[in-house]
Design a protein around this ligand. Structure first.
Ligand code: AMP
Ligand code: GLY
Length: 435
């Protein structure tokens, strides 16, 4: 089967690796600027600024039968709608523009959660900085914490968990930088307390099949401090969940959501990512995303021995029902190695001091290295900005063993590229708990 993968990141590198290893894949195309994806797949001969219609024409002309879209932006902008109008029979892993609102608009997602009775944090929407400050202050005084969120896509950087008036003021400054001249649309949320994790499933209308749970490390600094990022690391599975987690998520979250989407006439096909908090009063939703997490995908895809193209095809065959979760006994940890200035990426000059040889990546198999933000010059890869690499280690035995492998891999990278930023405490708590 001819497959197209859209997207540039470490997540897409992991997806490309997984799809290319499927016995069902005859040809894998990527629409991507990443030099790594060009190494393992055929490149779509269109510029990165091509329109959705141009990409849809390419899919039609090349007789591509399955498209996987990694990132949220093309989904929110309607890529899937264009693909479906040019090639109605092409299978697309990714929701339409309307369904992608679940991620693109936090207000839309909250309204859907309220309507479907899905457990989530209390929220209020405001459209001025003054009312955000006043209402934020009163929630802060009442609850000791408040969360401010920019409505819209902000790559995980538009959310601020505030515990003091100073935090609140800083959050508002950052929100001003996000909205610039446009009218702010801000959500104020009750702070949920508990342990955070994510649940991923493959959805086709009323059918869903669980892909697994992972813990993402959103904060930049060790000990879960510093600003929110797109994610600095992840581990899977999540051994500390209560026994009934699968039934609780299905019964209270995914089934009611899919039913409401159907009632509202919104068709959903693709990955559903539920950002969740295990609180003292059960599992609550922090957010919905309409694609795989990055770096959670890197951990899940390495941990899961299943053929993902087979899974995708199976999901398109069924419109109702549920496939119970298949647990893998192995444990996997992913750590992101980012540029020093991540997540703000303020340093303009590209960093061409350090270079990786292709063999460095070719030889990386458990630990795996997925990569994105590098520039290729000749045969060498030069790390650039943002989340450049993800190192991923799996163990059939324990998280502790996976971490030892991971740390050795990070040391290997350090010898070539010494000035990256990473969190050495990824999975430390779960390792302590398994002792
Ligand atoms: P979001 O983009 O909505 O997932 O938010 C990013 C991160 O901020 C989440 O992964 C949580 O760590 C934190 N967060 C967001 N909303 C809340 C909330 N209501 N209570 C506690 N933490 C939150
Ligand atoms: N790691 C969080 C995300 O992908 O949104």
């Amino acid at each position: 089967m001819r497959v197209l993968l859209v997207g540039n990141g470490n997540r897409e590198h992991a997806l490309a690796w997984k799809i290319a290893n499927s016995s069902l894949c005859t040809e894998l195309f990527t629409y991507s600027s990443s030099p790594f994806l060009r190494e393992i797949a055929l490149r779509v001969s269109l510029s990165q600024s091509a329109s959705h219609e141009e990409l849809a024409r390419f899919v039609h002309k090349e007789k591509i039968s399955l498209v996987v879209c990694g990132p949220e932006k093309p989904l929110a902008e309607g890529l899937v709608d264009s693909l479906k109008s040019f090639s109605p029979n092409c299978l697309v892993v990714g929701p339409t523009k309307k369904a992608a609102q679940l991620e693109a608009s936090k207000v839309f997602a909250k309204k859907m959660m309220m309507k479907a009775g899905i457990p989530t944090a209390f929220y209020e929407e405001v459209t001025s900085y003054e009312s955000a400050f006043l209402k934020g202050l009163s929630l802060l005084k009442k609850n000791g914490g408040v969360v401010l969120k920019a409505d819209g896509l902000a790559s995980g950087k538009g959310v601020f968990v505030c515990h003091s008036e100073d935090d609140l003021r800083l959050a508002l400054e950052r929100l001003k930088e996000i909205f610039l001249e446009s009218k702010p649309r801000i959500l104020l949320e009750e702070e949920l307390l508990g342990r955070e994790f994510s649940y991923f499933s493959l959805v086709n209308e009323q059918f869903h099949t669980p892909l697994g749970c992972a813990v993402d490390f959103k904060r930049l600094e060790e000990g879960d401090s510093g600003p929110n990022t797109g994610g600095m690391g992840a581990y899977t599975p999540v051994p500390w969940l209560p026994k009934n987690w699968e039934g609780e998520i299905k019964g209270k979250i995914v089934d009611p959501l899919l039913l409401l989407l159907k009632e509202e006439g919104v068709s959903y096909q693709g990955i559903l990512y539920c950002g969740l908090m295990l609180t003292a009063s059960g599992i609550k939703v922090i957010e919905f995303n309409v694609r795989f997490g990055d770096p959670e995908a890197q951990a899940l895809l390495v941990n899961d021995p299943r053929d993902y193209l087979e899974l995708f095809l199976q999901s398109f065959e069924q419109k109702t029902g549920y496939t119970p979760f298949v647990a893998s006994s192995s444990k996997t940890i992913a750590a992101v190695l980012a540029s020093q200035d991540y997540p703000y990426c303020t340093i303009e000059a590209p960093q061409f001091q350090f270079a990786f040889k292709p063999s460095f990546f070719e030889n990386s198999k458990n630990p795996y290295i997925f990569a994105s933000s590098c520039e290729k010059k000749g045969s060498l890869f030069y790390p650039q900005k943002g989340r450049v690499l993800t190192a991923v280690a799996r163990s059939d035995d324990s998280f502790a063993e996976a971490k030892v492998k991971l740390s050795a891999c990070v040391e290997k990278v350090q010898k070539i590229w010494p000035n990256f930023r990473w969190r050495s405490d990824i999975a430390s708590r779960v390792i302590k708990e398994e002792l």
